[in-house]
Design a protein around this ligand. Structure first.
Ligand SMILES: C[S@@+](CC[C@H](N)C(=O)[O-])C[C@H]1O[C@@H](n2cnc3c(N)ncnc32)[C@H](O)[C@@H]1O
Length: 230
């Protein structure tokens, strides 16, 4: 659940980032894991600096320096930026420099409703979720059924399930869900032949969304930017 909120201490079940001499590794804090025979055994994570007994992390503070037999490292809280550098690659992904530009160009902020396709490895999705929460929502689609399923499980494991819906769908052939028509503040496509998705994006985007760039209207509000509270 460590993606959801900043916290002081590491709990069992957290996803944490191990920083070891400029290398980053994501690991789940579980006392035990299954071995190849399906038996539960102590979770010992092998690193280039030696073995880490994962149970020793439980209760430690984020940022803690950990000693290993051949060196030391730090345990960090996951952020979308660190996740993009450590996530399991199921596809090519978008990295932080491009993600920053995407956020800026889409003028995203808390409260926005965003549609994304394809979900891929969820790199962009994690950043979108952080940007639109707590009142906004990300609807993300992928035509690869397994990828869509794994992504939804991952969002759930990360404590982000309230802010995102991942679905299996060919959005170029079928469009987005009909009940999203006129609801989206922004649509982002990272898939082959994205121009085929433009008519569907036009149906999904809300009227104010189309005017946002010209009028300064902000997500989730009909107020002008000048009257938006700080
Ligand atoms: C490059 S990956 C997206 C990576 C993602 N932006 C990230 O940062 O992790 C492209 C994804 O688009 C999906 N895709 C391709 N064509 C699609 C379509 N017509 N409808 C939905 N998903 C599609 C692929 O299955 C693949 O997972």
């Amino acid at each position: 659940m460590s993606f959801r909120n900043y916290k002081e201490k590491i709990d069992e079940g957290d996803k944490v980032i191990l920083y070891l001499s400029n290398n980053l590794y994501a690991l789940e804090v579980q006392r035990e894991i299954k071995n190849k025979k399906g038996e539960m055994i102590e979770n010992v994570y092998q690193t280039p600096f030696g073995a880490l007994k994962v149970k020793n992390l439980i209760g430690a503070e984020y940022g803690t320096k950990i000693e290993l037999t051949k060196g030391w490292g730090h345990i960090l809280q996951p952020t979308p930026e660190l996740w993009s550098l450590t996530l399991p690659h199921r596809t090519q992904i978008i990295y932080t420099a491009d993600i920053s530009m995407i956020m800026l160009q889409l003028d995203l902020m808390p409260g926005c409703v965003v549609i994304e396709a394809g979900t891929g490895s969820g790199s962009l999705t994690h950043a979108l979720i952080r940007r639109v929460r707590p009142h906004g929502h990300v609807y993300t689609f992928d035509f690869h059924e397994h990828r869509a399923k794994i992504a939804q499980e991952e969002f759930q494991q990360h404590g982000l399930g309230d802010f995102v819906t991942a679905k299996h769908k060919d959005v170029l052939a079928e469009g987005f869900d009909k009940d999203l028509n006129g609801k989206a503040d922004a649509v982002f496509l990272d898939l082959p032949s994205p121009w085929l998705g433009v008519p569907h994006a036009l149906s999904a985007i809300k009227e104010e969304g189309l005017q946002r760039a010209e009028t300064g209207l902000k997500c989730g509000s009909k107020h002008n930017v000048n009257s938006w509270p700080n």
